[in-house]
Design a protein around this ligand. Structure first.
Ligand SMILES: NC(=O)c1ccc[n+]([C@@H]2O[C@H](COP(=O)([O-])OP(=O)(O)OC[C@H]3O[C@@H](n4cnc5c(N)ncnc54)[C@H](OP(=O)(O)O)[C@@H]3O)[C@@H](O)[C@H]2O)c1
Length: 442
């Protein structure tokens, strides 16, 4: 739905009782919903986001004689989690990551990212916190359980709380996603959460916090695998809460300049498109404090969206009443203004048949042009639009057809275009859009 809205049909969740729901299906599919629709007790329901109101309860008390485990604990958010646990009284932390830390004898010579981690660990130690940095892959079957069993045998205090912050950043549109890429992103989330669940069965922990992402709720392009992995965390949190545990999935929007958030320009552009923005670290900490005290399994933490998010297709201007020529000319004019603004050029310098690739367009500009073009047209557009229609004239003609100007039926996505979009060249575009944070040319 987020990447190819013109191909999106919908998801309908029907009761599994073998009943005939064809009339409800017709009714539900008559509209267009980006969200899954569920039919229960004769009602069609769509999941929505509600504002968390009311006073939050006190966060769980931490015990100085217990251990607390943070997976991804040497990462950006993992270290923030560790410091927060120390603030609240934790005195034994186990920080898990695949890489771990170098031997202590090498700490003084360490540089760069390793240095940052060492400094953070030393800061914890100065506060009287015993820190174990354990190198293991939480997605590796049995690895976490073995490490915890070894600690138990050595008489270490039992783990009473877990923050699961392990994750890898990788963005890829579904058309460019292969099994290995999907597995890489899903492993720390899905296999990692399973390993935690098995190592610490319900009732063993005072709290379980799963660090997820708002991408699953917002539908950010390029996050097919990542959003699925994070949605799995949401489900684990619900299941553990249903079993009586204090479990929560904290579905973060992007943290500004922090961890994954630091090079998430495409994500930031998408959040802006939805009327929100990355979180400032101070805001993130305040939100974390508050979310911890809420009696819910799944919290989305983003700055409150403002009204100027992309309008849903329902409010779209009626182009069908106007002639195709008139609409195409209006779109050409509008697109020229959008491109001129983005490229900081004069409108007159933009010929309608000049390929975008020659204009120095970058991936970030492409995202923001898409957002502005959606405002112009009043409907959601595909992220690959600028690739498939690479001049102003071509794009204006495509959009004219897309909105059904002149009373034309809105075209169903045709086979030619599907082939074009999934062709190898399309993947090169996707790489340029997502693989690097550099200002790569389109
Ligand atoms: N930063 C943001 O804006 C943001 C927004 C939304 C959600 N999040 C979530 O927050 C979590 C932390 O992200 P971050 O921004 O702090 O990124 P980060 O600095 O890259 O931290 C992630 C950590 O996870 C560890 N890790 C990855 N795979 C692992 C595995 N299989 N087993 C054990 N450890 C593993 C990595 O260490 P090794 O490579 O050494 O294993 C790394 O230290 C992620 O799960 C992410 O989904 C972040």
């Amino acid at each position: 739905a987020a990447e190819y809205p013109e191909r999106w049909g919908g998801v309908l969740d029907l009761p599994a009782d073998g009943g005939d729901y064809s009339a409800d299906v017709d009714h539900a599919t008559g509209g267009s919903s980006r969200e899954p629709i569920r039919l229960r007790d004769g009602r069609l329901e769509v999941a929505g986001i509600v504002t968390a109101e009311g006073p939050a309860a006190a966060p769980p008390a931490l015990r100085p004689d217990a251990s607390y485990l943070v997976t991804g604990g040497l990462g950006a958010i993992g270290l923030v989690a560790a410091a927060r646990l120390a603030d609240r009284g934790a005195r034994r932390l186990v920080l898990v990551g695949r890489t771990g830390l170098p031997p202590r004898s090498e700490w003084d010579r360490a540089q760069g990212a390793v240095r940052v981690r060492i400094d953070a660990v030393r800061a914890l130690e100065r506060r009287g916190v015993a820190v174990d940095a354990v190198a293991l892959d939480v997605a590796e079957p049995g690895a976490l359980a073995a490490a915890v069993a070894e600690r138990d045998r050595a008489g270490a205090p039992p783990v009473r709380g877990v923050v699961h912050a392990a994750g890898v950043a990788d963005a890829s549109l579904l058309s460019a996603l292969d099994a290995a890429g999907a597995r890489r992103v899903l492993a720390p989330k899905v296999a990692g959460a399973q390993a935690i669940s098995e190592t610490f069965p319900p009732g063993e922990l005072d709290f379980l916090q799963l660090i997820g992402s708002a991408g699953a709720a917002y539908g950010i392009p390029g996050q097919g695998a990542y959003a699925a992995g994070n949605a799995y965390l949401d489900a684990i949190a619900r299941a553990r809460r249903a079993a009586g545990d204090r479990a929560v999935s904290l579905a973060w929007g992007a943290w500004r300049d922090t961890g994954f958030g630091a090079d998430a320009a495409v994500v930031a552009a998408e959040l802006e498109r939805r009327g929100t923005r990355p979180l400032r670290p101070r805001e993130a900490l305040a939100a974390w404090d508050r979310a911890e005290g809420l009696e819910v399994a799944h919290v989305i933490l983003v700055p409150r969206p403002t009204a100027d998010a992309v309008r849903p297709a329902g409010d779209a201007p009626s182009w069908a009443d106007r002639s195709a020529d008139e609409v195409r000319s209006e779109f050409e004019h509008g697109l020229r203004a959008i491109l001129a603004r983005e490229l900081r050029l004069d409108d007159s310098e933009l010929e309608a048949d000049r390929p975008f690739a020659e204009l120095g367009l970058t991936s970030i500009m492409a995202m923001s042009i898409r957002r502005d073009a959606e405002q112009l047209v009043g409907t959601e557009l595909s992220v690959t639009m600028l690739w498939n229609h690479p001049t102003i004239a071509d794009l204006a003609a495509h959009l004219t057809e897309r909105v059904g100007a002149g009373g034309a039926e809105e075209p169903v996505h045709d086979a030619d275009e599907s082939a074009e979009e999934s062709a190898g060249d399309g993947d090169a575009f996707l790489d340029s859009l997502f693989a690097s944070a550099e200002e790569d040319a389109l």
